[in-house]
Design a protein around this ligand. Sequence first.
Ligand code: ADP
Ligand code: MG
Length: 337
Amino acid sequence: MSVLEVRNLHVTYGSGNRAVPAVRGVDLSLAGGQKLGVAGESGCGKSTLALALLRLLPASARLTGEIMLDGEDVLTMKWGRLRAVRWAGASIVFQGAMHSLNAVHRVGDQIAEPIMLHRKSAPAEAKRRVGELLQHVGLPAARADAYPHELSGGQRQRVMIAMALACDPQLIVADEPTTALDVMIQAQILRLIEQLVAEKDISLLMISHDLGVLADTCDRLAVMYAGRVVEEGPARAVYGRAEHPYGRALAAAFPRIGDPASRRAPRGLPGDPPDPSALPSGCTFHPRCTLALDSCSEQDQELVTAGEGRRAACVLVGAGTAGRGPARAGAGTEKQL
Ligand code: ADP
Ligand code: MG
């Protein structure tokens, strides 16, 4: 059974002519113990999706659809239940640990807080558990007495992970958990997350703009563009040979860590994703797509089956021509994405 099942999720910030449709009809599912990566450039709606999962969005956001967490709809949960689920059901690791940790409290006390609140543990028992959690994430138990500024970026991210693990969640949502770290530390933290979720059989939804990082860590990948999932499938297949031109462009822009190709400068991805409040007509990727047909500016594509366990939203899926050269008449050579 799925730990997480997102159905037709829409999230819009604001209303009227200032409405920002940040997530537009996302369907995702995550089985127990599975690791799903969500990729996409900045502004594609990844964090909005992550925050929606635990209803952590600002009041200006309107949500419709279903977010089934272990069979219960997060969108209709009462507050008390939601509070419990936020730690014990699913927890979130954010990008900038410095902003998520409270600067004036010792990190041990911050990890102890959810343990005392949700598990009703006595202070001594919580303290013991904090030491155990710190050791689990590769820090000495004595670091519990440190303040956030006394720790390095990598150590702070380890503390965030210890907090996320504090109440034994079934699901961890990690939103760009290593983006702020340098490459060596990034690899260490990724290995730590992988090891912990495997050990504890936790499901992982990991978000990154870097498809290579996700391909290394996750079982499945979903690629988001302009608030929608445009491709989804097994990680190796999507990273190695995406069916959607945007997926391919992202894979080329972010080569795998340790891949000899990554020594070359990543190939750029010209242009930017569209502003959600002024989306292009038809397929939202068509203005940047080297393979766009005339019809792509008129008609948007739904996700369709694109091979075993794969879905993609591109007119070329199944046409036998996806990615095999420029399809636009007179386009000449394929522009480098
Ligand atoms: P990502 O995490 O993929 O970079 P976000 O989910 O942060 O994307 O943002 C998606 C879109 O929603 C962006 O256009 C962003 O400007 C907009 N957005 C994010 N947060 C808010 C907010 N609180 N109010 C209005 N618009 C927002
Ligand atoms: Mg984000």
